[in-house]
Design a protein around this ligand. Structure first.
Ligand code: TPP
Ligand code: MG
Length: 190
């Protein structure tokens, strides 16, 4: 499976749901697929994509989608434990797993040596954890994840493909733009 094509497929399922994206090419590809007000690009914040999405999910009633990366979530595995403990029913984590820290030189990550992120998530209480290797299966599971309670943890195995141009994102602008669209559920404040 290729991430850019799969990203476009994911967006075709969405209406206005917030999407938080991992730094680098994952955010670039999300921007190229569709630069939405409700995209939250985490350029510069390695390891924090799913933590930010978790915070959002706990503050609103919409489905929140995290597009994370294997290398980044490996740097902050604690976020999986916290997602398991808090168990927000509206959170969908998709980990693009290319088994490498691709953008810094294709160094092999732990998932190339046997670390199974699906099992890590299950061991932390996220029952709806699974691994998919093709776009059709991802499509099917995402449809289910958007209509059924989560949290969901979907490891999506991907292959390398040429990078798209870096997206012309100005983080302060996209943060402000995103905030203007974000309505915190009244009973979740405080
Ligand atoms: C705290 C910190 N350490 C290291 C880096 C350098 N860095 C940026 S992206 C990246 C790899 C991210 O890997 P992954 O999440 O798997 O995404 P991929 O590159 O495979 O798309 C690294 C090591 C950084 N930006 N911040
Ligand atoms: Mg990676």
């Amino acid at each position: 499976m290729f991430r850019y094509s799969a990203t476009k497929r994911i967006l075709s399922h969405l209406n206005k749901e917030p999407v938080v994206s991992n730094l680098g090419p994952t955010s670039d590809e999300l921007w190229h697929a569709s630069d939405r007000d409700r995209n939250f690009y985490t350029y510069g914040s390695m390891g924090l994509c799913s933590s930010i999405a978790l915070g959002m999910a706990l503050s609103c009633e919409e489905k929140v989608i995290s597009l994370d990366g294997d290398g980044s979530i490996l740097m902050n595995l604690g976020t999986i434990a916290t997602i398991g403990r808090e168990s927000p029913t509206n959170l969908i984590v998709i980990v693009w797993d290319n088994e490498e820290w691709a953008q810094t030189g294709h160094q092999k990550s732990h998932t190339a040596y046997g670390t199974d992120l699906e099992m890590v998530a299950k061991a932390n209480g996220i029952e709806k954890s699974l691994t998919v290797s093709d776009e059709e299966k991802l499509d099917l599971i995402l449809g289910q994840a958007l209509s059924e309670e989560g949290p969901w943890f979907i490891v999506a195995k991907i292959e390398d493909e040429p990078y798209l141009p870096v997206a012309p994102v100005e983080p302060e602008h996209t943060l402000h733009r995103f905030r203007q669209t974000f309505i915190t559920a009244p009973d979740r404040v405080g």
